[in-house]
Write a protein that binds this ligand. Structure first.
Ligand code: SF4
Length: 338
């Protein structure tokens, strides 16, 4: 691995992508981008990041923004607890560190929503501290360089790799962390054939030299996702539509269209919802979360009064100030077109 460090640093200097959060090493910029990048592709994050920075340019403004507006800015990125944790962490930084982002690894790690990966990224990129940030890309590159038949989902393996990399980290720890990660993303591909011919490590990488790069790391079968069925009620009264805040479970405190578990028939819907004047079948949608899969049917309903257990808004009001999770967006778009 030691032989590869300089090669990775040079490759990164020549090939690193121009990204808005790479214009400087301001920890606020790196922090927001790292949280947005979790589970989301770089290309998809750029617009969100720019929009976010325009409205919430610093820690103080993040600590003061209303939750509704914050979630609206986050709408579509998913994992809304991340946005809430950003605000919690910003308040904590204002109170405990006078609004200055902490520059010690343990302090960074103690902030809400920041785990070892993000703490490693921020502390190495912004403060050149000797910490590794280990994600799937790093695990893959590392295991191929050493031709290790490992299970990348094993947390102990991850810990071992972190420790080994930290023993040899160069003083440019931030560039190294970003370099190895980016090399994993663009050359040492997870699916399909890695681009070894273009890789600066091709003469050192044991998996490549042994011709087994596609077999390393070991692929473990993914856990089956839990499947759930829902019926959504797309209710209209006059010009307003019914929304509801989820009380618990997945997407807690997020806006949703009223719904019930299971696929309901016409008769069951008529029995549940009072005052229906019109009912027709709406669209269906399937949404995949990390551990769950939702199958959703819907009914379009017109009612003769606004049922008091829901809140009622026009489509414009929903669009402007209510963050609807991606799972429900197709139903909103269906209502817009209707
Ligand atoms: S030589 Fe191939 S397998 Fe090895 S690190 Fe480079 S891209 Fe990955």
């Amino acid at each position: 691995m030691k032989n590869c460090i300089t090669l990775i640093l040079h490759w990164y200097q020549e090939h690193k992508r121009e990204l808005p959060w790479r214009k400087d090493i301001d920890p606020y910029h790196i922090w927001i981008s790292e949280i947005m990048l979790q589970q989301t592709r770089i290309e998809a994050v750029i617009d969100y990041y720019n929009r976010f920075m325009e409205r919430v340019p610093d820690i103080k403004s993040l600590s003061e923004i209303s939750e509704d507006e914050l979630l609206k800015l986050w709408e579509g990125l998913g994992y809304y607890s991340r946005a809430r944790n950003l605000k919690k962490a910003a308040i904590h930084i204002m109170e405990k560190y006078d609004g200055i982002f902490p520059n010690h690894y343990e302090d960074i790690l103690s902030l809400p929503g920041i785990g070892e990966y993000t703490a490693g990224a921020i502390s190495s990129i912004c403060f050149q501290l000797p910490h590794a940030s280990i994600d799937g890309n790093v695990m893959r590159v590392y295991s191929r360089i050493h031709n290790l038949d490992i299970d990348v989902r094993d947390l102990k393996v991850k810990k071992d790799i972190k420790k080994k990399i930290e023993e040899i980290l160069p003083k440019e720890s931030g560039d190294f962390n970003q370099g190895i990660m980016e090399l994993g993303e663009v050359l040492c591909l997870p699916n399909g054939v890695p681009k070894c011919n273009e890789c600066p490590l091709k003469y050192h990488c044991l998996a490549h030299l042994n011709g087994c790069e596609t077999l390393i790391p070991r692929k473990t079968s993914k856990k089956e996702k839990l499947e759930e069925e829902y019926t959504l009620f797309l209710m209209k009264c006059g010009k307003k539509y019914a929304l509801h805040k989820r009380e618990d479970g997945l997407l807690k405190n997020m806006w949703e269209f009223p719904n019930q578990k299971g696929f309901l028939t016409y008769d069951e819907v008529i029995e549940i919802i009072p005052g229906i004047q019109k009912i027709e079948l709406g669209i269906t949608n399937t949404h995949i979360f990390t551990h769950k899969k939702w199958f959703m049917n819907s009914y379009y309903l017109e009612t003769n009064h606004e049922l008091s257990e829901y809140q009622w808004y026009t489509l414009e009001e929903i669009q402007e100030s209510h963050a609807l999770p991606t799972a429900f967006r197709p139903f909103f778009e269906y209502l817009q077109k209707k």
